[in-house]
Design a protein around this ligand. Structure first.
Ligand code: FAD
Length: 497
C-alpha cells in the first residue's frame, strides 16, 4: 500500500470547504490525510449565492439531501436567469435551464421558431421553455414531479454562501478533515524541486504536506504569490472591475430565478433567499464611481437595505496555469469571471472533479499537470466567450456598451457568431459548459438573429408547425399552472428552521 498522501487545503471559503468535503469523500483515510487551514481574521469573500444545476451532483455525491440543503442554507430554487434591459432598455429575456422541445423533422426547434418569427409571430422563444413557463408564474416543482415534455428541465439554487460553507464544513469534519485556524505567514519550498513543502502559521506552527490546494481567494497565496504564476487579464473583454453588494429585506415576488438588470455602466443582480434578498452591482470603474454605483444599487432594491453596500474589487481573468509543482488553485485563487451566469461555483466543482480524477497517490507526472491545465483553461475560455456575448451584442448606447459593441472578439467567439449568423447553428467546442439552447437564449434575447435557418425547417408544413408550437406552449403553461407557488413549495418541503 502507498503512503498516506498529505493534502493541505489553504482557505475555508466555498472553494476550500467544497474541496475538503469532496476529498474526504473520494480520498478518505488511510489514502489521504486532509487538513484545511483558514483564518477567521481574514475571513471569506462572503458572496456567491446563485448556482447552476451541476451543484445538484455535488450534493448527491456527498449524500446531502435537497430539502436538508435548502433548509440549512436558507435556499430557494432557481430555474434560470431573467435578463432585463440588456439588449436595450425595455427588453427582457430568459435563460432557463432547459431547451425548447424536441427536434421537428430532424431540426432543432429554434430553427422553426426563427421561421415563424420572420413570418411575424411576436412571441419570444422562451415561451417554449418549461423553466420560463414555471418561472414567469413564480411556480416550482422539481422535474421528477412532472411528466413528458414538462419534465425536461433542470434546476439549481440560490443560497447563503456562508451557511453552505458551514454545512460543507460539518460534513467534511465528520468525515475526518482536520481544520486549523490561523494566518499563514510563510510558505516554505523545497530548494531543489521548488515544490511547496509546508506552511508556517503566525505563532510558529508548521503544516507540512504533499499536495496543496490553494483556495486562498483573490490573494492566490500559493499559486500566484509564492510560485509567481502570471495572471492573464481579460479586462479588455469583460470591462467590469468592481462590485457593490448589499442584502435587503425580502420584498416583492419570491421568484424562482435570478434577475440581472443591465445599467448604464454595468449590471445589477437580485437573488431571492428565504431570509433576505442578495443584491449587487457589477460595474466598470472607468465609467462609474463607487458612490454612484452604491446610489444606483440602493435606489433599485425590492426591500429595505440590510446595511451599507460592501465594495469589492476584482480583475477578470485567470492564472496562466492552475496547477504548478504540487499546488493546484481552485476558486478565486485560480481566476475570476463576473457572476453573470453564476459560473464560479461551477468552476470550483469541475476543477475539483478533474483534480480528483487526475491526482495520483504518488509522484505527480508532468503529463497530468499539462492535461489538467489544458482542460481547465479551455473551460474558462468557453465560459468567458459566453459572458462576452452578453456584453458585445447589446444595442444600448451608453459609453460602456458602445465600447463593448466595438471590441475585437476572441477568435473562438467571433467564429461562433459568424457561424450562427450564417446557419443558425452554434458550433460547440470541447468542454463547453453552455449548450446550444443556452446560446440561443442569449443570441435571440439580444436580438442577434441569423440570416436564415436550416433549409429542412423551411419544408415543414406551415399549418402543422403552427399547431405543434401552439400545442407545446399551451401544454407547458398547463403543466406550470399545476405546480405549487415557489414559496409554498419551499414552506412544505424545505423551510429553514
Ligand atoms: P474566499 O471566500 O475569499 O476564501 C478564501 C479563504 O482563504 C478564506 O477562508 C481566508 O480566510 C483564507 N485565507 C486567505 N489568506 C490566508 C492566509 N494568509 N492564511 C490563512 N487563510 C487565508 N459565484 C457563483 O457561483 N455565483 C454567484 O452568484 C457569485 N457571485 C459573486 C459576486 C461577486 C461580487 C463576487 C466577487 C464573486 C461571486 N461569485 C459567485 C464567486 C464566489 O464568491 C467564489 O467563487 C466563492 O465564494 C469561492 O471563493 P473562495 O473560496 O475561492 O475565496
Amino acid at each position: 500500500m502507498t503512503a498516506t498522501q498529505r493534502i493541505v487545503i489553504v482557505g475555508g471559503g466555498t472553494a476550500g470547504w467544497m474541496a475538503a468535503a469532496l476529498f474526504a469523500r473520494f480520498r478518505p483515510a488511510p489514502y489521504a490525510q486532509i487538513t484545511l487551514v483558514e483564518s477567521d481574521a481574514i475571513g471569506t469573500i462572503g458572496v456567491g449565492e446563485a448556482t447552476v444545476p451541476l451543484i445538484q451532483h455535488l450534493n448527491q455525491v456527498l449524500g446531502i439531501h435537497e430539502p436538508d440543503f435548502v433548509a440549512a442554507t436558507q435556499g430557494t430554487f432557481k430555474l434560470g436567469i431573467e435578463f432585463v434591459d440588456w439588449c436595450r432598455v425595455g427588453n427582457r429575456h430568459f435563460h432557463g435551464f432547459g431547451d425548447y422541445g424536441e427536434d421537428i423533422d430532424g431540426v432543432p426547434p429554434h430553427h422553426h421558431w426563427l421561421r415563424l418569427h420572420a413570418a411575424g409571430m411576436p412571441e419570444p422563444i422562451e415561451h417554449w421553455s418549461m423553466p420560463w413557463a414555471a418561472a414567469s408564474r413564480d411556480r416550482f416543482a422539481p422535474p421528477q414531479a412532472m411528466n413528458g415534455a414538462a419534465a425536461a428541465f433542470k434546476h439549481a439554487y440560490h443560497f447563503d454562501a456562508g451557511l453552505y460553507a458551514q454545512l460543507l464544513r460539518r460534513h467534511a469534519e465528520a468525515n475526518g478533515v482536520t481544520r486549523i485556524e490561523g494566518r499563514i505567514a510563510q510558505v516554505l519550498r523545497d530548494g531543489e524541486s521548488g515544490d511547496v513543502t509546508a506552511l508556517n502559521l503566525d505563532g510558529g506552527r508548521e503544516i507540512a504536506g504533499d499536495v496543496f490546494i490553494d483556495c486562498s481567494g483573490f490573494v492566490s497565496l500559493l499559486l500566484g504569490r509564492t510560485l509567481g504564476v502570471d495572471f492573464v487579464d481579460w479586462t479588455h473583454w469583460l470591462p467590469c472591475d468592481r462590485a457593490m453588494a448589499v442584502g435587503s429585506a425580502r420584498g416583492g415576488r419570491f421568484t424562482p430565478f435570478t434577475r440581472s438588470t443591465a445599467r448604464a455602466a454595468g449590471w445589477q443582480w437580485r437573488i431571492p433567499l428565504q431570509h433576505r434578498s442578495g443584491n449587487g452591482m457589477v460595474y466598470a470603474s472607468r465609467h462609474l464611481s463607487d458612490d454612484e454605483a452604491a446610489a444606483t444599487l440602493l435606489a433599485n432594491l425590492d426591500g429595505a437595505p440590510l446595511g451599507d453596500p460592501r465594495p469589492l474589487k476584482f480583475t477578470t481573468g485567470r492564472r496562466a496555469r492552475f496547477w504548478e509543482h504540487n499546488v493546484v488553485a481552485i476558486g478565486l485563487a485560480a481566476g475570476f469571471m463576473e457572476p453573470l451566469e453564476s459560473t464560479s461555483i461551477q468552476l470550483i466543482q469541475t476543477g475539483l472533479a478533474r483534480l480528483i480524477e487526475l491526482l495520483p497517490s504518488g509522484v505527480i507526472d508532468p503529463a497530468i499537470v499539462t492535461e489538467y491545465n489544458r482542460q481547465t483553461i479551455t473551460e474558462y475560455e468557453r465560459i468567458r466567450d459566453f459572458l462576452i456575448a452578453h456584453y458585445c451584442l447589446t444595442q444600448r448606447d451608453e459609453p460602456l456598451w458602445q465600447e463593448c459593441r466595438a471590441m475585437t472578439l476572441p477568435d473562438t467567439l467571433a467564429h461562433k457568431l459568424a457561424t450562427w449568423d450564417a446557419s443558425a447553428r452554434v458550433p460547440l467546442y470541447d468542454l463547453e459548459s453552455h449548450q446550444e439552447p443556452s446560446w440561443v437564449a442569449i443570441l435571440t434575447g439580444q436580438e442577434r438573429l441569423p440570416r436564415g435557418w436550416d433549409a429542412t425547417a423551411g419544408q415543414t408544413d406551415a399549418t402543422r408547425l403552427a399547431a405543434l408550437f401552439a400545442e407545446r406552449r399551451d401544454a407547458l403553461a398547463r403543466a406550470a399552472e399545476k405546480m405549487p407557488p415557489h414559496d409554498r413549495f419551499i414552506e412544505r418541503t424545505c423551510m429553514a428552521i
